[in-house]
Design a protein around this ligand. Sequence first.
Ligand code: DGT
Ligand code: CA
Ligand code: CA
Length: 587
Amino acid sequence: MTRAPKSPASPEKVRNEDIARAFDEVAELLDLENDNPFRVRAYRNAARTLRGAREEVADMIARGGDPDDLPGIGKDLAAQIGEMVASGRLSRLDRLRPEVPALALELSHVPGVGPRRAMDLCEGLKPRPRTLDDVLAAGLDGKVRALPGFGALSEQKLVERLQAERRQDKRFKRASVRPYAEALVERLRADPSVEAAEVAGSYRRGKETVGDLDLIAVSETPARVTKNFVAAPNVDHVLAEGRTKASVVLKSGVQVDLRAVARENFGAAMLYFTGSKAHNIALRRLAQQRGLKINEYGVFRGKERLVGADEAEIYRLFDLAYVPPELREDSGEIEAAARGALPRLVRLSDVKGDLHVHTNVSDGANSLSEMVQAARERGLDYIAVTDHSQSMRIAHGLNRERLLAQIDAVDHFNAENPGFKVLKGAEVDILPDGALDLADDLLHRLDLVVAAIHSDFGLPREKQTERILRALDNRFVFILAHPTGRLLFERDAYDIDMARVLRAAHARGSCLEINGQPDRLDINDAYCRMAKSEGVRLSVDSDAHGARDFINLEYAVAQARRGWLEAGDIVNALPVSELKALIAASR
Ligand code: DGT
Ligand code: CA
Ligand code: CA
């Protein structure tokens, strides 16, 4: 198996992510056109395969390989991949775009709208809407409820959603800006006049989404650095370019701000531009109490700079322990740092296993042995295979017979592969009434049961909560996966009484998951803190659907850190023997 390249690919190369995005857009447009659902899925699956592929297809093609060899990619899609790698364009997409109103695509991204309703709104409203604001105006006028399939209630919901959309500035998922952050830092570091380059801002704080990227570079010749920066190949346009700072917008639409600073100001600049703003304001208050001034150049008494080169030094000056970036939200971290009571945050290296992993037996892209190899390369000691259960037809979920076969296959695999442990698991669907999708005698045979909701997201709070409580009542359920079901920018969390769920989980010795899929990141940081205070442990999981998805563990750990969690709060920081004992005790 070839390994993914160590360094991020150069930004001008067409990446798997770019192709995956183009395919996703084709799928969306076809969906809006009410095209054959199998074709739509073929594009979506190809996008997923590309994201899970262990090699950049551009590299694969360069060494004479054929994308046709990737699972689920036939001749036609392989040719389209070839076209994108060669030209950066996809003619299929270029042809489709003019056929579907841009507004329909935009509308279909509004939570709760979807492709059918998006088209109905575009084609049904008179006069024909051109912008989201036109649709909002029609909704406020009561014109939407008259459309077939809509009513007063769905009109009101639409209006609320569109208003929320208007308020929300454009933000990006952490995972989607990561390649740009890494490539730009790499580019800065490659300049011999740059001594150091780092990402600051919300990205460094590990936030789920970022508004823009903030970079800091240390150099004695800042003008040269900013000039080199604005000339990066993936820059679409330059917003501002000065001697020590520059702002650009990348082709992907992501804004990046750069500051070039002198070495003696590096720590102060990192501190200031990491933020958060609320944390900075709290620090400024501390400075003022001591008759000092803090800014992005250092901490000053009058004109004298006391510290500035090193972040930790600045915290020390204020008699604070070093505050990890993920905690810098002015939500108690300054007080805890003053008392020496900051948590020792969990690190990625503390995580010994992954308890939520799919294989190609359900909807994953890779086989069990490929997933294990990828997990080993990441330094894990164990994983649980948790393929979907039968009611998830779309994900090729397992019925009794197929699960029994997988159980045998895992036993066999473990016998052949000492030194790594695969736990027999399943991601069992929680049915609308809270019953589980697999019978107890089957669950009993598994090492680990992960339960999750994949349907009926809109149940009223009481019903949804009871549904989960009933699932937790099953003694075999050890982990509640993606407990709130939210999808960033797409679907709100379902309405549940989290305090009740946590109390029930605590009473039954079960855990909640921090799902690291970039669009889930579920549960959020606030719920992590709440879980900890209720004595509930968490599992940080990748929910990998392909060998490359173990990177999701990094996102899950970032979320755990933002939730003040320590290794002791995380069940999969335990060695597998202790984990198994914990599971046994909960049954
Ligand atoms: P974002 O980009 O919306 O995801 O969030 P941030 O936190 O990256 O915010 P950004 O890019 O506007 O600014 C980067 C950091 O600069 C921010 O975290 C704190 C600092 N900063 C920006 N504006 C102010 C301000 O008005 N006052 C203070 N004290 N700090 C600021
Ligand atoms: Ca930012
Ligand atoms: Ca910024």
